[in-house]
Ligand binder design. Sequence first.
Ligand code: PMP
Length: 408
Amino acid sequence: MSSAVGRPDPMAFLDDEVAGLRERHLYRALRIMSSAQGPIVSVDNRRLVSLSSNDYLGLTHHPRLRAAVLQAVDDRGVGSGAVRTIAGTMSMHEELERELAEFKGTPAVLTFQSGFTANTGVIPTVTGETDLIVSDALNHASIIDGMRLSKAPREIYPHADVIALREILERARRDGRAGGGEHRLILVVTDGVFSMDGDIAPLPGIVEAAEAFGAAVMVDDAHASGVLGRDGRGTVDHFGLHGRVAIQVGTLSKAVGSLGGYVAGSLALREILTQRARPFLFSTSQPPAVVAACREALRVMQEEPELQAQLWANTRYFKAELQRLGFDTGHSETPITPVMMGDPATAGRFSDRLIDEGVFAQPVVFPTVAIDKSRLRTIVTAAHGDKQLDFALSAFDRVGNELGLITG
Ligand code: PMP
């Protein structure tokens, strides 16, 4: 293709790439929402029951968060104006970190602009070429990118396979003693809840294996924050492993309802991150409205435990009903319930038909999941009412029968 002035366009290959994605049913059009987030959303001018957000506790539109944000804008304006190390550390950033540390039961917390940047910040900061990272095969993209930014070699263990993890740790120790050089740090990294399957990491087994071989554990609790543990403290609290997980990453962008991420751990961990973590050093800090929303969310999570209870009641109901209708929902144990479709074309068609029926459930296809493991990913929230869940279930039933997906 030529540009307007007749020169060949050096970026023309992008058109071919996009066309290729469309041909393979891997192109994902952005659905445009013209309402607030919530159990009912307006998408492409239609009102739909949404099963697509990570708004587990319904906090994206909670009145207390809205009020806190308006107050913060009044008091502190709309931007922090600088990176944290220059002039971008406001007292509210430090207060949020103190409150998060108390909530998580760790000596210290450092916040980041997102869960993604928390992972890409912490992993290369704490690991180097003399270390080893051992990672679950299904860990989130931000963990993978964090490992890519590290000079440390890495080993991948099959998903949730603690026996394979032990073998890797044992081999690393043997090789080290045989002259390969002992590692300064072996860091075992896992998602707490796996974001595409909704299963919970076997954290007790992972921690025991790590302790047996002198390794440290890092857990990314993006989908466990607000969902698992007391008032949503995450997987470490859920399994009673306080003090045995060196690094806990959390997000403020899902159940907490706003935007951001954090690393919870020791004081030394926080200190080194403030000196070395590149997203912290080179990207502007969260604006006052976002910090205020996160702080109020933490209070709501602790003062309104009925939200977490409702989330789990809705989860149990929706998952059991999908299974009763005959859908394959994989190995989910949490509010993330995949509905397995197989090939990407079926996943796309199912999702489109659900929209006709008034339900918003997005397909997840390659490269997010393996090409033959395409699925619709559903998440129910505390804000969904019974009527909305029943409406969605009857749409799944109709479309499942129509597309021959119901096997039960
Ligand atoms: N880790 C996991 C496991 C996630 O699922 C996500 C979000 N999809 C993130 C990290 C990134 O969090 P954030 O949206 O706050 O960047």
